[in-house]
Every structure is written in C-alpha cells, then in structure tokens.
Design a protein around this ligand. Sequence first.
Ligand code: PLP
Length: 407
Amino acid sequence: MRFVYECCDCGAVYETDEVFYQCPSCAKDQDGNTFPKGNVIVKLNSDDLKQLVKKEHVSMYDFFPYPVVDADVYPVGGTPVARPKRLAKRYGLKNLICKLDSALPSGSFKDRASQLIAAQAFAHGQNKIALASTGNAGAAMSCAGAAYGLDIILFVPETAPINKLMQSVLYGATVVPVKGTYDDAFALSIAYTKEFGGINRNTAYNPMTIEGKKSVSIELFEQLGRSVPDVVYVPVGDGCIYAGVYKGFYDLKEAGLIEKVPHLVCAQSKQSNAISHAWRTGDFSNLNKATTRADSISVESPANGRMAVRYIKESEGWATEVEDEEILSAQLELAKDAGIFVEPAAACAWAACRADSAMLAERFGKDVRVCTLLTGTGFKDMAVFQGRVSIPQAIENSVEAVKKRFS
Ligand SMILES: Cc1ncc(COP(=O)(O)O)c(C=O)c1O
C-alpha cells in the first residue's frame, strides 16, 4: 500500500522510498529534559485504504506498508481472545475480553513490530537489523532474525534483566552489553547503523515499529465479527504499543470499516506515570525516576510520549494509574481466576481495568464491551514471585503421607 510519513509534532509530510526514521527538524530540537520530539506517523494512501471496504474479510497484511513474505515462517498474529467469565462476573463486566498477545512467538506483543521491521528489511534488500532494548523488543527481533535468517545486533545496558536477554542470546543475536544506560545503548545502536548499515529498529525511532503494532486492532476487528470493543486497556511505558493500537483502529476508520475509534485507556503504574501525568497536566517533562517493578513499562522519558498523549485525546480515552501492589495482585488474579499467566507490565492493563470497572458500567452501561490487552507472558519474569508465592514442601513417597496431607 502507498504511504507517506507525517511528523507528529510539526505536521510536515515526507515522501520518500528510502528507509525514513524521524522528522529532521523536530528531532534536532531536543532539550533532554522533556519527551523526545520528531517521531513520524505512517500515513497510508486514503484511496488505497478505501478499497478495503469492499473486502469480505481483511487481514492485517492488507493494511501494511510493506508486504510480509513467508508470514508462516514467523507466525505473528491470530492470538486468542479469552472471555474470562469468573472475572467478568466479579467485576460486573459481562462483555470483558482479554487479548492474549502473550501467545506470540517470542512471548510478547513486540513480535508484531518485529514482523514488519523484517518485511521492511527485505523490501530494502537489507539483512541486518540493529536495535537497543532491555527486554521484549530485543527478544522479539532476535526471534524474527532466527526464523528468517537475519543478522540482529542488539545493544543492551549491561544491567538489563538477564532472563529476557538470555532469550536473545539463544535466538542467536549478536548481543552487545554497554557500560551505560538504555539511552546510551539507543545512541550506540544508531551510530552502528550509520557506520555499518542495516535497518535500525529502535522503538518509536523507526515508525514501522508503531505501524507493525497496529495489527492487533485489525485482528480484533475480524475476531469480534467485524466490530470493535467500546474500551481497550493498553499497558503503557514508551507509548508505542498504545500508538500502534490507535493507528490500527484509525486505519479501519479511514477505510470505512468502523465508525469510531474505541476509547483507549493508557494504563500506567503510579511508579512510572510520565504519559499519564503529561495527559493530565500538559507538562511533558521527563520523570526523575521510574521505579515500577513492572520492568517493561518502567520509563522516565517516553520515546513516543507526545504521540501517545495526542492519541489519548483523539480516541477520547483517558489514563488510569495503579499502584505496583495492584499490578502484582492483578497478575495473580489473572493466573488464579482466569488461567492467564502474564508478566507484570501486561497485568497493569488488567489492574487498571478492574480499578475502573464500576465507572465503566456507570458511564457506558453494563453491556460495555471492554478489552484488556495482555502483552507479555509470565514466564518472562519468574523472579517477581520470589517471596510472594511458594511451592509446597515435598511429601514422603507413601500413601500414608498422602492421607496425612489431606486429612
Ligand atoms: C509486555 C509489555 N507490555 C507493555 C509494554 C509497553 O509498551 P510501550 O513501551 O510501547 O508503551 C512493553 C514494552 O516493552 C512490554 O514489553
């Protein structure tokens, strides 16, 4: 599909067939104290989009700017929609669904972006992709690299969580630990692609990361019988997933397939609430310190914060903040009462949704259709259960011991 790039901040439009990252004039206007500027939006050609209304079924690939070849080599999408009836009853949300993106190949939502970045690389005749990540994005890109035979160069701060890094090492990526912060790793990965070529997949910096993430909304539309939820809860750190979810619904609307973008809720930890705070106050200052235990959403200077705040407004959404304790208890509730095992960042979406449940029913009625986007599997971070959940002591290998245990 034909497309151009539009700067989210100044609105300048860029037409190019080359790989394009950021609006040059806004990107150089950074002060280091406020959310970064210059991210661009992929604007699909509206005539091409409108053709899609004629199709009986649409797939995410119909809406992609690059063709995905060999989609089944790295099968991204088609994640289950769960209807957790025990939770629905408890919170008076009878039309509650959970989108289980924890079931994607590398265990997180980030596979959606990595699939389109791989397609971008192929379209430009590249087989090398560099990025900085502390976790799921790196694992997802490395997974795509293993599946397609692409070289992945992953820059990570040396303090990055070991369990997510191990995945990338296992997938065969070239992992480069950096004696510095995530921002340092980010800058070095850009220096790498400038010097040695390849595509840079840094989140938000490469607009195709946001564009790939929109696939979830298109998939939901078909899974729900060509309709969309009234409200969608999205866990937010940098604001890229949130922007991707918005973009998918936006494109469906532009195509004439839906009338309205759902209300999108930005779910954040109170211990990492930069975007929520900016939406409430209009102040785009970076946080001094993000301390949430949900490492995937722990962000001080959100890479896509400005676009996310804009989309909260455009979707008539809002931000809901929850304490870390609520996130961790929501994680256990999903496991125990819905059979859904997710990492803390994903549980933040459910924590926010259940915190809002009374308001949702009051504002939209008890039939409100609510979707909670669960973005990462619980196996990513087993350390979070230390001191909270314990495995029972072993019994002797005898029937007597069984009787004693249960009497
Ligand atoms: C599992 C999971 N959920 C949510 C997020 C938040 O996404 P974003 O940083 O795009 O807001 C991330 C980002 O790493 C993630 O890995």
